[in-house]
Write a protein that binds this ligand. Structure first.
Ligand SMILES: Cc1cc2nc3c(=O)[nH]c(=O)nc-3n(C[C@H](O)[C@H](O)[C@H](O)COP(=O)(O)OP(=O)(O)OC[C@H]3O[C@@H](n4cnc5c(N)ncnc54)[C@H](O)[C@@H]3O)c2cc1C
Length: 430
């Protein structure tokens, strides 16, 4: 047994930690005990999605991906985005969806139906998948495609429909070797949201960083590829390692000071040319940066609300600071159409993500926000969550009933289990 935790380190559990190759995956199904089995990727989900207390947490060995000249990659589910980029970029192609870390695996990306800074224009990863290969709870191997119920239940299905063994993913041409990033510094949240809306329609990639301590002032960044089409190798540097610290370095005081300094950075009012790593994966520059929150860890609260409830973004920032919290840099994104994933998080509107060290009263503020997000037709992101209630989950994910019908068919004996599933009652139990 090994003690595993989510990226936020607020939750940890003892799991039987096993590693298998895709060819041995079927045998692993047979050896699962009473607490069931879960496939774990790189553990980049923040809460309890990749934990299975007392049961098996299996990781799949990475396999070498194959890139086809017409811009398609075929890869095993245990392959990281870093390895995928190392393989695709020298051939002139990039991944269509780039979340904020390169360490996640393809399987974890599909199970969470991840999004990047281009959701308004390009959707989530589900929109780019031609096939997903799945081993279900009864040991059957499926090649699922968009339009299939098994596909709709597996993308965003948080690993509970079976073991994703691999996938075929369409790629985007890497139109340049670097990114031209234009930044605008804006004094309040209304202006940030107006500018982000324009930026996300004008440029493929757009995101805003907002300061919860100062009326949501922020910096809107939009980016496009520049330079000659990319045929370069990809070798991201990672020199620094965060040390373990006895107490969180993020407190209301330091968060306020950091946010203010960040907003004032001279680069935040100009256009510059930068690398893929510094635009898409700035946090990966420091290994294990999550340790800076100390042994108690931190929560990431990410929600999406439709345009009609956009005021909830400002309400959340205001309430989190008023309650004495330490909301670290907030990240605001503009979302477009939902994918066919029955439990997928992205839907049209506004998404806010904030990192929060646990502070007194934080739970009550988040509970209140959850209720209003659910009432507005929004949702909290399951890949980041560690604390949502089962009741509000049902409101936020109304297609869960359809999902349960397919899930029960794929896993009739209830082999696939996770702590997230137990907390939220995702799977229908006999
Ligand atoms: C710094 C940072 C930035 C991030 N930015 C973004 C972002 O911009 N957009 C975004 O959408 N997400 C983002 N995330 C969240 C991350 O992309 C998701 O949590 C993703 O699911 C992590 O993948 P993983 O391989 O680490 O999977 P894990 O965290 O190990 O597992 C996540 C889920 O996937 C399931 N799973 C993993 N592999 C398989 C498999 N082979 N078969 C079946 N199920 C499987 C697990 O059971 C679990 O339910 C970020 C995370 C970090 C740490």
């Amino acid at each position: 047994m090994a003690r595993l935790s989510g990226w936020g380190r607020t939750t940890s559990s003892l799991c039987d930690d096993e590693r298998v190759s895709a060819t041995d995956a079927a045998a692993a199904l047979a050896s699962a005990g009473a607490r069931g089995l879960l496939v774990r990727g790189s553990g980049c989900s923040y809460g309890d999605a990749a934990l299975n207390t007392g049961g098996t947490a299996l990781t799949l060995a990475p396999e070498d991906p194959t890139v086809h000249p017409h811009g398609v990659v075929v890869a095993g589910a245990g392959t990281s985005f870093e390895t995928l980029l190392r393989t695709t970029l020298p051939t002139g192609w990039t991944l269509p969806v780039l979340p904020g870390t390169r360490h996640l695996t393809l399987g974890g990306a599909i199970a969470a139906d991840v999004h990047g800074k281009n959701h308004l224009q390009d959707g989530s990863i589900a929109a780019w998948l031609d096939e997903v290969v799945l081993l279900d709870g009864a040991g059957r191997r499926w090649v699922t495609r968009p339009g299939d119920p098994e596909f709709a239940a597996t993308v965003g299905g948080m690993g509970l429909t079976g073991m994703i063994l691999g996938a075929t993913l369409r790629l985007l041409p890497a139109e340049g070797t670097q990114l031209e990033v234009s930044n605008q510094r804006l004094p309040d949240l209304d202006q940030v949201m107006a500018a982000l809306d324009v930026a996300a329609r004008r440029s493929r990639y757009a995101v805003a960083w907002v300061d919860a301590f100062a009326r949501g002032r922020g910096v809107v960044s939009e980016a496009r590829w520049t330079g000659s089409p990319c045929r370069r190798s990809y070798a991201p540097a990672q020199h620094l390692v965060a040390p373990p610290v006895p107490l969180s370095v993020v407190t209301p005081l330091t968060a306020r000071a950091f946010n203010a300094a960040w907003w004032r950075l001279p680069g935040h009012e100009r256009t510059s040319v930068t690398t893929l790593t510094s635009f898409f994966h700035p946090l990966d520059g420091v290994r294990q940066w999550n340790r800076l929150y100390g042994p108690r860890g931190f929560l990431q609260y990410q929600f999406v609300v439709p345009d009609g409830a956009a005021h909830l973004v400002g309400d959340a920032l205001g309430e989190l600071t008023a309650a004495g919290g330490a909301p670290f840099l907030g990240v605001l994104k503009r979302f477009g159409d939902a994918s066919e994933g029955l439990l997928s998080f992205p839907r049209p509107g506004w998404s806010l993500a904030v990192d929060l060290p646990p502070t007194p009263g934080l739970g009550a503020v988040l509970d209140g926000l959850d209720t209003r997000v659910a009432a507005a037709g929004g949702a909290v992101y399951l890949a980041k969550d560690a604390r949502l209630s089962a009741e509000l989950f049902e409101d936020m994910y109304p297609r869960v009933k359809e999902w349960r019908d397919v899930q029960t068919r794929l896993d009739p004996e209830g082999l696939f289990r996770s702590d997230l599933d137990r907390r939220l009652g995702l799977v229908r139990r006999a």
